[in-house]
Design a protein around this ligand. Structure first.
Ligand code: GAL
Length: 931
């Protein structure tokens, strides 16, 4: 309904110039069954999307269109405090951080939004979404401590008004407001309540929700101080062991608990992918959480729990570009094994989302169900569970194997008392499969008594019903429809047997390809019934138009549909040449702005053919140029590092405090310079640095490279690690002379900040930078200076660069001078490489590109990848699984400058390994109107 309203508004050429839509206001309410908008029940089937992991707003629309095209009715959106705030009091909501624009897009597309402003979000992003400056604020984060309260009040005072003006109640898309995130341990109810009070004071009037992490006795905010209106549950039943993609529910059955009797059951974060904790690569995560898992766990959850609110984490994962990754759990890619890949391609998981999403949203009685007595399977290997709508009587029966992990292929019958009578229904349940069968359903103008096939969707076109049912390829299916008198059955395609008895028209068939049956007469309007397989069902797209919903078969994506007169206008993509078929009240078809020659089929649809994409030709990356960055190069930008106290609960090993955050340097690499008067008796320099996992640091003394070491991850309060990231570097004989000044130069990487999942303040306040330095054999005081990033690059934001000299001098930006031929060798320290390339991509195509690195693992270096100045991630040669980096359109342009900051820990022959552009997707596309 909401989508239809949007379509109508757009057709009325209503130009929405302000964030507040001119649509009438609506009221969001709820009861124990579902959310309601103006008393109409809503199936909130939403996918999680992180705008901050896609630094190209034009592509937000692409991803949101894909999410909507799969049948999602909403998106869940975290808002990332640190992404918007480089320093206290400074907030930026422009450009890639323009969340007003994001919310407008969701609104344009008719998607509801669950707004998730934190302040803490976790999300495997640096600091769990906290700005790193919070590390220097006294007081425990995620509590009512005044220091923290002042900080988060600042964030919410900027963000809440934006969210508030996009609420459903003001004609926008925001239907719920999620406070905090998995707030379960070390909790402070007054803080939880204050977040809600602040939201209400800012005009948030939609239901307030929370995503609880854990089963058991931990706080779940369903009652008592700090309780929310709709407490939801997070569930990751498949775990994050992507290295073992055949795992099956190691973390439980994944059924969402009801936490309040007066609110809908809410699967707030349901596993739709995984972080790659085992460096297995995200394709393995996609396998771990693939269609079988989705069928069994999602359907089991929907029917066993009766949830009508869902958030699937992640539906599109994206890229932790710049210094966004939280280093303990993730690397640059946050593909997540999602249904939509990091390069925005649709996968088999997308198809499964579509099959389930179309069903969940097309069959309205699902929004109000109670648990019901299930039919009894003749074979106890099969388990049935049921729900029924108390008003319509429609029944929903889940069939799966009693043993969730069972692998038998079982055929049995259900003894099923449906609203239309008692039947013996044949069902087949393969191992690791599940189905939701429907009985007693008014399918448009038809009466579906029952079916052993699953319902994909149905629409009404020109006075007839068009329905798609499906089952596994090769499985038998039966469908019974009720008629007043015997109807006429015409099998247009495939093999379908039919019989009529006592008002029941029974169709029997084997699912293969796409069968079509036309049923006319019998006292009802005509029905075109299509019986497909998993695969052929996924070829359908459903879109709403002002003339009602339409179906399209074929193309790789239908972004939008519009009926103008007797013409259907599609914005659709193709990844190969092929057929397109439309079921719509029209006689003509336009796709991507071009009329398509069509013919009418016996079933009343129109069929035509569409061209595939043109080939993509990519340039080779040649003509590399080089610039060296000397250790500690340049005299400007250094500040004294002389603090002797810190608000951090973690105290340094030696003074002064050298934590980078204390000096306002929160991202990327930091240079240090320590001066002392030598005696000549110095033997060893012992350094402790904390970088986060996989970070490194490099040490020079009087310009001589002493070596590098792995940085520490943390120095916990309990158990205390007094020696994190320790390196001992021998002082070469004769390097220092008595009475002369010596200079230690240290480059310390900051891989990102830890999260604060445990709300204990100790993890996320882990320092970054030097933790202690001791020159053994010397008692002379060291006087320190530090140099980190320059004030923010307004366009790319606070997390794009650190404090490399080249970053400060803009070498990562297009157009800098002073480059020469590469030396053909890596030297310890920082060196810069650059080339330019032109892209000549076919017009009207959506081409997704990536960058691939090839090298032996023998050389120890890492590369910060800058594309037109945007830091698109970090390649670690020889560490971690990532060799391919997605480069989004928008960051990529026609003329491009690719710049590498290379940090090598040793000397080695050759420049960085082979690097090439690669095509990750190529679609002829219905050009997206960007806004
Ligand atoms: C949840 C958390 C998310 C994300 C996810 C794992 O516990 O709420 O933010 O961290 O786990 O990817």
């Amino acid at each position: 309904m909401r989508r239809l309203a949007v379509v109508l508004a757009l057709l009325g050429s209503l130009v929405v110039a302000t964030p507040v839509s001119a649509e009438p206001r609506h009221e969001v309410t709820y009861d124990k069954y579902s959310l309601m908008v103006d008393d109409e029940r809503v199936m909130l089937w939403s996918g999680e999307f992180h705008y901050f992991r896609l630094p190209s707003p034009e592509l937000w629309r692409d991803v949101l269109e894909k999410i909507r095209a799969a049948g999602f009715t909403g998106v869940s959106l975290y808002f990332h405090w640190g992404y918007h705030s480089p320093s206290p009091g400074v907030y930026d909501f422009t450009g890639v951080r323009d969340v007003d624009r994001l919310l407008r897009m969701a609104d344009d597309l008719g998607l509801y939004v669950v707004a998730r402003p934190g302040p803490y979000i976790n999300a495997e992003t640096s600091g769990g979404g906290f700005p790193a400056w919070l590390k220097t604020v006294p007081g425990r984060a995620r509590s009512g401590d005044p220091g923290y309260k002042a900080a988060y009040t600042e964030w919410l005072s900027r963000l809440n008004p934006i969210i508030a003006r996009h609420q459903v109640s003001r004609g926008g898309p925001v239907i719920a407001y999620n406070v905090e995130n998995e707030y379960a341990v070390n909790v402070d109810p007054a803080y939880m309540q204050d977040l809600q009070d602040q939201a209400r004071a800012a005009g948030i009037d939609v239901p307030i929700v929370h995503n609880n992490c854990c089963h058991g006795d931990l706080a779940n905010w369903s009652s008592g101080p700090g309780a929310v209106q709709i407490p939801g549950v997070d569930d990751y039943p498949q775990s994050f062991e992507c290295g073992n993609p055949d795992a099956w529910g190691p973390w439980g059955e994944g059924v969402t608990r009801r936490l309040r009797d007066d609110a809908p059951v809410y699967a707030a974060e349901y596993q739709a992918g995984a972080i790659d904790l085992e460096d297995a690569g995200y394709d393995k995560c996609r396998d771990l959480t693939g269609p079988s898992f989705m069928k069994v766990f999602y359907k089991n959850n929907a029917i066993s729990s009766g949830a009508t609110m869902f958030g699937y984490y992640m539906t599109f994962g994206g890229t932790s570009w710049g210094w966004l990754p939280q280093p303990n759990d993730v690397y640059t890619s946050y593909d997540y094994g999602s249904a939509i890949t990091e390069s925005r391609q649709l996968t088999a998981k997308y198809d499964e989302f579509k099959r389930q999403g179309y069903f969940m949203t097309a069959v309205a009685p699902l929004t109000k169900t109670d648990a019901a007595a299930p039919p009894v399977p003749a074979d106890p290997v099969v388990l049935a569970r049921a729900r029924a709508n108390p008003d319509t009587g429609t029944q929903f029966v889940l069939v799966r194997q009693a043993d969730l992990a069972g692998t038998a292929d079982v055929s049995t019958t259900l003894d099923w008392a449906t609203p239309d009578g008692r039947y013996r229904v044949p069902v087949r349940v393969a191992g690791r499969d599940a189905k939701v069968l429907v009985a007693g359903y008014d399918l448009g103008g038809q009466r579906l008594a029952w079916s052993s096939s699953e319902v994909l969707t149905h629409v009404e076109v020109s006075g007839r019903d068009v329905a798609v049912l499906y089952g596994r390829d090769g499985e038998q299916g039966s469908t019974v429809l009720r008629y007043d008198s015997e109807p006429t059955v015409r099998v247009l395609d495939g093999r379908v047997g039919s019989s009529y008895e006592h008002g029941d028209l029974r169709l029997d068939y084997t699912h293969t390809g796409l069968a079509r049956v036309l049923v006319t007469g019998g006292g009802r309007r005509p029905l075109l019934l299509m019986l497909g397989t998993d695969e052929t069902a996924a070829d359908f797209w459903r879109q709403d138009t002002a003339a009602g919903p339409v179906l399209v078969r074929g193309t790789s994506l239908v972004r939008s549909a519009e009926v103008t007169g007797d013409r259907l206008v599609l914005r659709a993509d193709t990844d190969r040449a092929g057929e397109v078929e439309v079921f719509a009240p029209v006689r003509h078809l336009t796709v991507g702005g071009r009329p398509v020659v069509v013919r009418r089929t016996a079933g009343g649809s129109l069929v035509g053919s569409l061209p595939g994409p043109e080939p993509v030709r990519l340039p080779e990356l040649t003509g590399w140029q080089y610039r060296a960055e000397a250790p500690g190069q340049g005299e400007s930008g250094w500040t004294a590092a002389d603090k002797t106290t810190t608000a951090s609960p973690i105290k340094p090993k030696t003074l002064p405090v050298l934590y980078a955050d204390e000096y306002g340097h929160h991202n990327g690499n930091v240079w240090y310079r320590g001066r002392f008067t030598a005696t000549g008796a110095e033997k060893t320099v012992t350094v402790n640095a904390i970088t986060g996992r996989r970070g490194i640091y490099l040490v020079w003394l009087n310009g001589r490279y002493l070596g590098s070491a792995a940085g520490g991850t943390e120095s916990d309060a309990e158990p205390v690690n007094p020696d994190p990231g320790r390196g001992d570097f021998a002082v070469p004989g004769g390097l220092l002379a008595d009475g002369q000044q010596a200079t230690l130069t240290v480059l310390v990487e900051n891989m990102g900040h830890n999260d604060d999942w445990t709300a204990d303040d100790v993890r996320h306040k882990q320092p970054r930078g030097l933790f202690g330095v001791v020159v053994e054999g010397s008692t002379a005081p060291l006087s320190w200076q530090i140099r980190g990033s320059r004030p923010v690059d307004g366009e790319r934001g606070p997390m794009n660069t650190g404090g490399l000299y080249g970053e400060r001098a803009g070498w990562h930006l297009p157009g800098s001078g002073g480059w020469r031929r590469p030396p053909g060798a890596l030297t310890p320290g920082v060196s810069w490489y650059r080339t330019t390339f032109e892209l000549d991509l076919p017009r009207g195509h959506d081409v997704s590109l990536g960058l691939r690195f090839e090298d032996t693992t023998a050389r120890d270096y890492r590369v910060l990848i800058f594309v037109n100045g945007w830091n698109m991630g970090q390649y670690l040669n020889g560490a971690g699984p990532q060799r391919e980096f997605v480069l989004p359109t928008g960051v990529l342009r026609e003329h491009n400058t690719l710049t590498f900051a290379v940090i090598s820990t040793g000397a080695a022959r050759g420049d960085p390994g082979e690097v090439s552009l690669m095509t990750l997707g190529n679609h002829r596309t219905g050009a997206a109107p960007g806004r």
